[in-house]
Design a binder for this molecule. Structure first.
Ligand code: ADP
Length: 409
């Protein structure tokens, strides 16, 4: 079964084609047969389209014009040129979209209907960049591929069972009624990692108390009990919680009031500052990328050192908060760019929790672990590094929906 996955972000756009069979559903590492990435970070109106398929890689310039034309250009590489893997588009069975904001009503992946599209549209005021892009992606597929089943896989869905005492902000109740509450993000990754951890440990998910640390450009933690997310660090938007590459994470909200009163900051300026000029980038003044920060630390740069120390400090603090929610811990999971690749971040994070009997095996930690337990044998908590595969998780959700017996497509 051919499943196209569309994963649109504000600075990147990734698409993959999976060819799944029955045997694939329970597996957690399957390579797509075609991958197309656009990187918009180089210049605002142009991006580089990189396509990998058939053992070749092609690069092309793509213009940031009409979104439908962009998707069309990407999809044409499925049926043309060196990266051709399909005779025509009719071979695609189903399309899965990563939808960043599903609000509180979507607790699972769902077939896209006019009602689902209306719901995604109604959430645009809460997530202007992401949801409007996601909706355009759905519409583009309708235009290019015609009547094909499409599935929405929500980044917020996994967190929809978080109890109200954690989801609500302590501000006037009327705002809660208007939808100002914590939703959480990275849900596709947190869910995938929880399932993968249970597979690696050969223990049922329903028996585990886990904290999953998704540490990429965006960073969040999830406290997962019996397979259900009961708390997470991101909130109403992906700005809350941990310090990140360019995002501040949680700060005293009165700072914003001060900046408005004293320095005439506008909403847009605050938005830019907190989302793109803070975190590693803001404190170090060097980069949002941990690799550059560590290089600068090694060269004796004090601001880079401060940025690194703050990142670890805040990670430990929020991890402590997740432990408070869980009331214990069986397994700690590290994933995404930093979580999977940075031995020093894992080591420094774990150091603070040695008093709980959580012990990292330094040799295993330094040995580029992938989908591996890196705790010592006598550690009271398992520590696992997992390579997150959000696109595969989306494809697997599509498979499940496509194969539901009562589904009339
Ligand atoms: P995104 O949130 O955009 O999906 P990723 O999960 O790819 O991001 O993570 C990107 C971040 O991972 C980079 O900014 C970089 O800081 C970090 N990273 C990647 N490789 C390494 C490495 N070898 N050592 C330390 N950090 C790394």
């Amino acid at each position: 079964m051919k499943i196209l996955v569309i994963n649109a972000g504000s600075s990147s756009q990734k698409s993959c084609l999976y060819d799944l069979t029955d045997n694939h559903l329970s597996k957690h590492s399957i390579e797509p047969i075609w991958i197309a990435d656009i990187d918009w970070t180089e210049a605002k109106h142009q991006g580089i389209l990189t396509v990998k398929a058939n053992g070749t890689i092609t690069n092309d310039i793509i213009n940031y014009d009409n979104y439908c034309q962009q998707i069309s250009k990407i999809l044409n590489t499925l049926i043309q040129g060196k990266t051709r893997v399909l005779k025509n588009f009719s071979e695609i069975d189903i399309v899965g979209h990563r939808i960043v904001y599903g609000g509180k009503d979507y607790s699972a992946a769902t077939l896209i209907t006019p009602d689902v599209k209306a719901a995604i549209a109604s959430l645009i005021p809460l997530a202007p960049t992401h949801n409007s892009l996601n909706l355009q992606g759905i519409q583009a597929i309708e235009q290019i591929l015609g009547k094909i089943p499409q599935v929405a896989v929500f980044d917020t869905a996994f967190h929809c069972h978080i109890p109200l005492k954690s989801a609500a902000y302590p501000i006037p109740y009327e705002w809660l009624e208007k939808g100002i509450r914590r939703y959480g993000f990275h849900g596709i990754s947190h869910k995938y990692c929880a399932e993968k951890a249970s597979q690696i440990l050969n223990r049922p998910l329903t028996s585990l108390k886990l904290v999953t640390c998704h540490l990429g450009n965006g960073c969040s933690l999830a406290a997962i009990k019996n397979g259900i997310s009961i708390d997470t660090t991101m909130g109403f938007t992906p700005l809350e919680g941990l310090m990140m590459g360019t995002r501040s994470g949680s700060i005293d909200p009165a700072i914003l009031i001060h900046l408005i009163h004293k320095y005439d900051f506008t909403a847009n300026q605050l938005n830019t500052m907190l989302n793109t000029k803070s975190g590693f980038q803001g404190i170090s003044g060097i980069s949002s990328d941990l690799r550059s920060i560590i290089q600068a630390v090694n060269e004796g740069n004090s601001r880079a050192q401060l940025a690194f120390d703050m990142y670890i400090h805040r990670l430990r603090l929020h991890l402590g908060a997740m432990l408070g929610s869980l009331g214990g811990l069986d397994t700690l999971v590290f994933t995404a760019g930093v979580g999977e690749n940075s031995a020093i971040v894992r080591e420094k994070t774990c150091e603070a929790f040695r008093f709980l009997g959580l012990k990292l095996d330094r040799k295993k930690n330094n040995n580029s672990p992938v989908n591996t337990d890196i705790a010592t044998d006598d550690s009271t908590v398992r520590i696992i590094v997992i390579h997150t595969e959000e696109d595969l998780a989306i494809a697997q959700e599509c498979w499940s929906i496509f194969n539901q017996k009562d589904l009339h497509l």
